[in-house]
Each structure stands twice: as structure tokens, then as C-alpha cells.
Design a protein around this ligand. Sequence first.
Ligand SMILES: *Cc1c(COP(=O)(O)O)cnc(C)c1O
Length: 343
Amino acid sequence: MEINKLVRKNILALKPYSSARDEFERVDEILLDANENPYESEVNRYPDPYQRTLKKAISKIKGVNSANIFLGNGSDEAIDILLRIFCEPGKDEIIIPDPTYGMYQVSAAINNVNTIKIPLSKNFELDPEDVLSVHSETTKLLFICSPNNPSGNSFKKEDIVKLIENFDGMVVLDEAYCDFSEQDSMLKELSGHNNLIILQTMSKAWGMAGLRLGMAFASTEIIKLMNKVKPPYNINTLSQKMALKALGNIDQMRKSVTELLKQRNLLNGTLNELPIINKVFPSDANFLLVRFSDAQSVYKQLIKKGIVVRDRTTVLHGENCLRLTIGTSEENQTLIKALNSII
Ligand SMILES: *Cc1c(COP(=O)(O)O)cnc(C)c1O
């Protein structure tokens, strides 16, 4: 696909801010270029604008070259930057399945970009033909979240591939929950498809939501555009350091994923036996979407007991549904106890 045709003209023409540290990797030079304070604290220097050390570590784990990686202040920053690169405010639009992660539409609205919603089936399945049939010249981005939030299911790999191969625009595949999923990440599809952008995050399986570190994987062409648009020092020094440390201990991440999946299955089994629950939707992530007979009442009673869950009753096909994040064994048992007392 000819990517430049999809890019906003002002972004193509943009001469980016050139930061003092753009050209070289910092060694022990005398740094008198950036008006920093010379006295050592952990953070007196500006961070590496391209996060080279961190990207090397991510590159090793993901099997993707550093040149194909963008890091953002959360995936949310990557989503916003993609909108700003591809969508002309007041003119272009994005496509999202409905229901899905709320930030795509909010971020689009902030950028004055319209959202076309493609309803999922009652079981939250996606029909790729529905998406392909609404595409027009002004639809630039398609967001697909798999496993999907808030439903928890993964979409079929062949359907996603079909969309990548037939959608006449950029496909942003959000894999925030891929480490919990039985399906493999689609990172391997990157090399054959230059209209594919994959988002992942340190916020879920890696247990670092407070860090704000999102990853985007794409062709070098797209990564260059993203680097051009991002604020120069978007990932702070402390986040880069802490992420690097966490990436060095992949076993710990895997252990927590294994434990959470075990907890999810336990919780799933118990919930299915509760009379106030009509349905537990199958999940490929670290949460369960659950249909109650009276979700509002359950929600309020849980709040009174100090348990906060996510009310999804107003989303499409989410009637009487609450989304429950999998907690520690103790937290899940407390939740079950609370639900039992509601009966
Ligand atoms: C939680 C979540 C994210 C993570 O966003 P960050 O900004 O990286 O914390 C991204 N996408 C989806 C679908 C999510 O549910």
C-alpha cells in the first residue's frame, strides 16, 4: 500500500523539532547543549528521545527490529499520534467495532475526527465484511482490539488477516491483552503488510500501568512518521529505567500471567454457579464480562462493600453486564463472598 497517500499533507511536509540529543547516543561527553543543570540527580539530564536502550530490550523479546518500534506515553499517546498523522480534522473518519475500547472514539473526537461504529454480534463476534462494506476514501484508520475490551474474546485470526489485506487504509490492531491470550500475537504479519500497526502495552500483563508505556510496531515508514509527530522527550527517564528492569525479568511477567489465568478460570467456574448470574462471556484476557439478572443493583451493593467493578450496562449488547478484572486470589474470594451475600 502507498502509505504517503493516506498521510495528511501537513505531516508529510513537517520538519520535526530537532532535539539536542537527536544525533548521538549519549556517552560521557561534556553536555553543554541543552541548558540542563549539570549537578547529578537521577534525572538532571533529558531522556533519550528515541529510547534506544529500551527498544533494544523490547526488540529482543518481541523479535522486531528497533526501527519498527515506537514507544508512547501509554498506548493512548500512540492512538492520538496515529489519528494526527492520518486523519484530517473535520474531514476523515475512523472505523471501530462496537463495543470496544473507549479511547479510540474519544481520541478521534478530540481531533475532530468522526467515528463509524460497526456493531458486533450479540456474542461480540466480528464480521469482516461489515467493516469492508462501509469503507470510503475518507476512512483512514480501522481500530481492531483483540482480545477485545470489554467483551474479552479474541477475533479470528483469518478475519483479522482478511481485514489487513482488504481494508484500503491503516489497520491498528490493539493487542493490549495478547499475553493473556491463547492466540499468538500478529507481530509476524508486520513484514508482509505495511498498513498494519500493532499496539501493545506495559499496563496489563507486565503490571506497570502507572509507568505509562505503550508500544507500537509497524513499518519503518510509519515509525518515522510517529517519531516526527511525538513530543521529543515523551518517555521520561524513570519510566525508561523501570521498564528496562522489568523486561529483564520476563519470567516474573509469565508467572503472574499464569496465576491470573488460573484465577480467571476459578472465578469463571464459581460465577457460573451463582443464581444472580445469567452468563459469563468467554474471555481471552485478564477480565470477565458477566451478565447479571440486575447489574445495577449488584454494582451498587458491591460499591457499598468497597468493591469496584466496571459497569458496562450501557454499551451495545452489554445489557446487565459488569466487567470484572481478575484480582489476587484473596480479592477474588472477597468478591465471591460479596456476590453470595447479595443472593
Ligand atoms: C488497557 C488498555 C490499553 C492500555 O493503554 P495504556 O495507555 O497503554 O495504559 C490499550 N488498549 C486497550 C484495549 C486496553 O484495554
